[in-house]
Structure formats: C-alpha cells, structure tokens
Design a protein around this ligand. Structure first.
Ligand code: SF4
Length: 363
C-alpha cells in the first residue's frame, strides 16, 4: 500500500491520514479535476477491510507519537455521496476514535452540498473540520470552471458550518480560466470576510483527461507561469496571514501518478511551491526593511531563526544573490539561531546600528 506524505509540518498540526474517495458524490466533473492523477491509486468504492488496513498501516508508519491523529476524507464531495455509504465511512473512522487511536475526523466537500440537515450526520460522528472547495468567489470564474455553484453557496456553507461549531477550511485556486489578478484578490478579500480557520491554495495545473486539457490543446487556456503563481500565492499568504488565517497548503502534493509522463500537460507545478512562496515572502519583507539602509553600506549581518534560514536565503540562495546585487560593497553575513523567534529578522550594519523586523504568520 502506498504511503502518502502528510501535510503536518509543525508539532501543532495533526498527523493527517488522507483517504481519497475518488470523486464520490460529485454531480459532474469540474474542468480541472482528475482525482486519478491527484489522489492516486485508491479504489472507487472503499471497503471496511481496505479502510482498516490502510489506516492501521499509516498509524504504524507514524513515528511521531506526540502528534494528534486525524482521518481526512478528501478527493470528492463527501456530503454528496449516498448517505448509507457516508455513514459506513464515518462509522469506520469513528471506531478508531472510540478506541482512542485517532483524535479527530475531517471531510472535504462542495459548498452547495452543505445544509443544516446533512451536517447533522457529520456531528453524529464527531467530524471536527469541514473543508469547502470554493476555488473562487467570482461567479463568472466558477461558471467557466463548471463548478455548478455560485459564490453565494460558499457564503451559505461557511455560515452553516460555523453556526454548527465546525472548524472550517477553504480551498482556492489561482489561474482559473477567466480569472484575473483582481478577481483573485476579490476572492481573497471575500475569504477574509468569511474567516475560515485555514485555507489551501492551488495554482491550476492542466491535468490530462480533463476538460481543461482540451481547452489548453485548442489554445483557449493559458496557465500561469511559475513566477506568476508564486507571486499570487505570496500575495495570498500576506493578506491571509495578516487576517489571522492559516494557509496549510500551497500547490498540489506531487503523487507518483502526477510525475508520470503525460499526466501534467502544463502549469506551475513545482515540488516545493510552498517553499518558493515563503522565500518570496521573506525577500519581499527584507527588501522593504533594507530601505532604511544606504546602498554603500559595508556590512549586513542578519540573524534569523534556524527554521527560517532556507526561506530567508531562497532556493539556491536566490534571495542572497539579489541582496548582494543591491549592496555590492557589503560583506553579507547570515546567522541562524535556534533562539531567534520564527519570522523575526534582525539586522546589524557596520556602524553598529541594528534593526528588527517581524513577519506575521510564520509559525
Ligand atoms: S467537486 Fe471537487 S472533487 Fe468533485 S469534480 Fe469538482 S473539484 Fe473534483
């Protein structure tokens, strides 16, 4: 059975065991979606034997026993599937909670499949988090992506979920057909108004076997360049973290299916998109911070947390090279300290003058 790399990066995040339901419950296929590529090799219908073996193998594989454990149903519209099958899946997952082996459950679904009636089943089985595939708040963009719902549905779904005490997550996409930078910013602003607990941002990639692939082949769709995707995600990261909303994922997790020849036709795919975005966040803040420092300064001595060093330096030291170009006479020193708080950059220049900067939202 294949192992999937988990999203957890810090001790605060649970160890998530993702179970993909392979488009179950979806009324049709959105133009960008191909779960066989993004989710991988899961059966169309999950049996109890498969479920128990899969969960137990992941639990055995988890070495960090201090983390809380969560079973997450992804890859379809959970609340749209046959209620009996829904209840099977929830009860199998809940039995791991009853045995004290797993701490919580999470599902993802479409916004128009959330109602006061169907959340009661989720409550019955102690589902704590519901993630909603919003993708955009621009109706024209939702229509072009053949989502089959409008922005109002997202607002209604989030309201119902919050009123019922669920933790909420929202998925947004950057680079959908008919979307623009302004449209994406509008979606971010609407997200901030709704204040979900977490957000995932996926720049659109063109997957084979999708309607988007046909549009792309006909020359009707042009995906974002990687640099454009990083810039939109950087903007999203800055806006959302300033609003106290955590981004828990940027970019698709690369499955073995995704790296097979012919699976991804085009688009800003990168194995470490999140790192590129964070490097961009660090660079953007550092550059503004350096506005206080004369270009002929002879020494720039930075202190960052050891956990921020790679973000501060950038991929292949790209940020360091860019700072060196701006300060060609400076001896540039970067010290990584375990005691330095995350997101804090301290700078001392040759005169002994020092400056501090805190980037919000780095945890
Ligand atoms: S609703 Fe979600 S899982 Fe279903 S087809 Fe659309 S994007 Fe894919």
């Amino acid at each position: 059975m294949k192992k999937i790399s988990h999203e957890s990066k810090t001790n605060n995040n649970p160890f998530i065991i993702p179970v993909f339901i392979m488009n179950s419950g979806c009324p049709h296929r959105c133009i960008f979606c191909n779960q066989e590529i993004t989710a991988g090799n899961f059966p169309q219908k999950i049996t109890k034997d498969f479920f128990d073996t899969y969960i137990n193998s992941h639990l055995a594989w988890n070495k960090d026993k201090s983390k809380k454990k969560e079973i997450a149903f992804y890859g379809g519209s959970f609340t749209g599937i046959d209620p009996l099958y829904q209840e099977d899946l929830l009860s199998w997952a809940y039995s791991f909670i009853q045995k004290g082996i797993v701490n919580s459950l999470r599902i993802s679904t479409r916004p128009d499949y959330i109602s006061a009636a169907n959340v009661s089943l989720l409550k019955k089985y102690n589902v704590t988090t519901v993630e909603i595939g919003a993708q955009s708040f621009v109706d024209e963009v939702l229509f072009s992506a053949q989502r089959g719902h409008n922005a109002d549905s997202i607002i209604k779904a989030l309201t119902i979920l919050k009123n019922n005490g669920f933790q909420t997550g929202l998925h947004l996409m950057a680079g959908l057909p008919k979307d623009t930078k302004e449209g994406f910013i509008y979606s971010l602003d609407k997200t901030i108004e709704l204040k979900p607990d977490t957000v995932r941002i996926h720049p659109v990639v063109v997957l084979s076997g999708t309607a988007l692939a046909k549009e792309f082949r006909r020359g009707e769709y042009k995906p974002l360049e990687l640099s454009e995707a990083v810039e939109l995600c950087r903007m999203a990261w800055e806006k959302l973290s300033m609003a106290g909303i955590r981004i828990i994922r940027m970019g698709l997790h690369l499955t073995p299916e995704m790296i097979k020849d012919g699976s991804v036709l085009a688009g800003p795919i990168h194995p470490a998109l999140g790192n590129l975005v964070l490097s961009s966040v660090f660079y953007n803040h550092t550059i503004k911070f350096l506005e206080k420092v004369a270009p002929d300064t002879e020494e720039l001595s930075f202190v960052v947390s050891n956990r921020d060093t790679s973000s501060f330096r950038g991929l292949n030291n790209a940020n360091i090279s860019a700072i060196k170009t701006l300060y060609p006479h400076a001896n540039l020193i970067v010290k990584s300290l375990t005691g330095q708080p995350r997101g804090k950059i301290s700078l001392t220049i040759k005169s002994g003058k020092s400056f501090n900067l805190n980037i919000p939202g780095i945890i």
